[in-house]
Design a protein around this ligand. Structure first.
Ligand SMILES: [Zn+2]
Length: 426
């Protein structure tokens, strides 16, 4: 079991997110997003892949000044049959001074090594070890993204573990278990992480990187943390190719508010969650998802009358957390579905007290009647009738005075003071 309660957060919006269909970040967009993530309090921001495209080179050439987060560059293990020192991809990583961390993707599924790379299994392990060791000479911190780890482990656990150990023994700070195809489920992730830790890789050295192809990326990430990993990778709003990546905007409050873990984010920083989510929507010119958990406009909106009346008594009746903790607000929706409570609550939101409104209405009515008492002393309808009766009006046989105009049955909105309905003066 892992002993530390601190979970490190690693954002890949600028790389995995940039691979989303229809997304094309400029270097300036990347800088803006990186700043927002840094202000939120993330530990690592992956800027992209130096040498892979001009945008990423331009971003790393003029990187944002980060207060808290470490800037990571993504890269690939050396090619087969080449030394790490002579690998152009690896050397592109050191061309930029701002890079503090190198995250290197390597294969951990034997099938991918033989089929996709077409090389010997042993050579792949040497590629991982050499590349991690070489990158360690260039930057202070190196991590291995173990591609297809969960699929690889299911097929050949011994080989998947050997890939992790090749990185660990060559000084990698983190071994990140990737669900690259996004096909795993939480119970599998939890079991496999527990087995990896039992096989001798400490949870404090393990991360998790999930894609969302079964709509389980957030749940898988949480299951991995529960089993002992201490770094989670994901993107803002779950941006990413195909069905997206693990959504940090949900993972962060789940870890902090539900599971009791510490992150680099303070209680105060957590309140900027809505604004960070919206920043990405703005950059992408996308309409925010109203139903997005924690940060959507509807996440704490109440429409059903029964719900609203309960929420007015105590928000915990229909809210799983206080919306203010993530920078969101409660909304009371007024509609034909709404009960009296919605309207009262909505008026309260606008600073209108319904009791004051009712009393003021009564005061105006009584003022038109020329009575001997001060209308401002009237507390409610019952009080008014008592006072009017005291002045000589009689209502015991005047039920019509309490009927709404034109209505067949008695109801609220009484015609008490309708001129034609005024009772006889005794
Ligand atoms: Zn990914």
């Amino acid at each position: 079991m892992s002993t530390s309660n601190r979970v490190y957060l690693y954002d890949t919006t600028l790389r995995d997110g940039a691979q989303t269909q229809g997304v094309d970040f400029s270097a300036a967009d990347k800088v803006r997003i990186a700043r927002a993530l840094d202000a939120l309090g993330l530990d690592y921001i992956e800027g992209g892949w130096p040498g892979a495209n001009p945008t990423d080179d331009s971003f790393f050439a003029n990187p944002p000044r980060l207060e808290r987060a470490k800037l990571a560059a993504f890269g690939m293990t050396r090619r087969a049959g080449r030394s790490a020192a002579n690998d152009p991809g690896l050397n592109a990583l050191k061309a930029h001074d701002a890079v503090q961390v190198v995250t290197m993707v390597g294969k951990s599924w034997d099938f991918q090594v033989t089929v996709a790379l077409g090389i010997e299994l042993e050579e792949n392990l040497r590629m991982i070890g050499d590349s991690v060791a070489h990158a360690g000479k260039l930057v202070g911190e190196v991590m291995l993204d173990a591609e297809h780890f969960f699929d690889g482990y299911k097929a050949n656990p011994g080989y998947a573990l050997a890939a992790l150990k090749a990185a660990l023994s060559n000084g990698a700070r983190w071994m990140v278990l990737c669900d690259t195809n996004g096909g795993s489920l939480p119970h599998e992730v939890e079991r496999i992480v527990a087995e990896v830790i039992a096989a001798g890789i400490p949870g404090e050295r393990l991360g998790v990187h999930c894609h969302n192809d079964t709509d389980s990326a957030v749940a898988n990430s949480l299951a991995a943390v529960k089993a002992g990993v201490r770094q989670v990778q994901g993107t803002i709003n779950g941006l990413g190719e195909r069905c997206g990546n693990a959504n940090l905007i949900s993972i962060i409050p789940n870890l902090m508010l539900k599971m009791g873990f510490e992150t680099g984010i303070t209680e105060e920083g957590l309140k900027s969650l809505v604004s960070v989510s919206r920043t990405l929507d703005e950059v992408l010119d996308r309409k925010p998802n109203r139903s997005q958990p924690y940060v959507g406009a509807s996440a704490f909106a109440h429409k059903g009358g029964l719900h609203v009346s309960a929420v007015a008594k105590d928000p915990a009746c229909y809210e799983h957390v206080d919306p203010a903790r993530v920078g969101n607000v409660r909304q009371i929706v007024v509609s034909d579905q709404a009960g009296r409570s919605n309207i009262v609550a909505r008026m309260a939101d606008l600073g209108i007290d319904i009791e004051t409104v009712k009393r003021d209405a009564l005061v105006r009515v009584v003022e038109s009647m020329q009575v001997d008492f001060d209308p401002r002393e009237v507390a409610d309808l019952v009080d008014l009738i008592k006072r009017l009766e005291h002045e000589g009006y009689a209502y015991d046989t005047a039920a019509a005075s309490f009927e709404p105009a034109g209505a067949p049955r008695p109801g609220p909105g009484a015609r008490l003071l309708h001129p034609g309905a005024l009772p006889r003066h005794r």
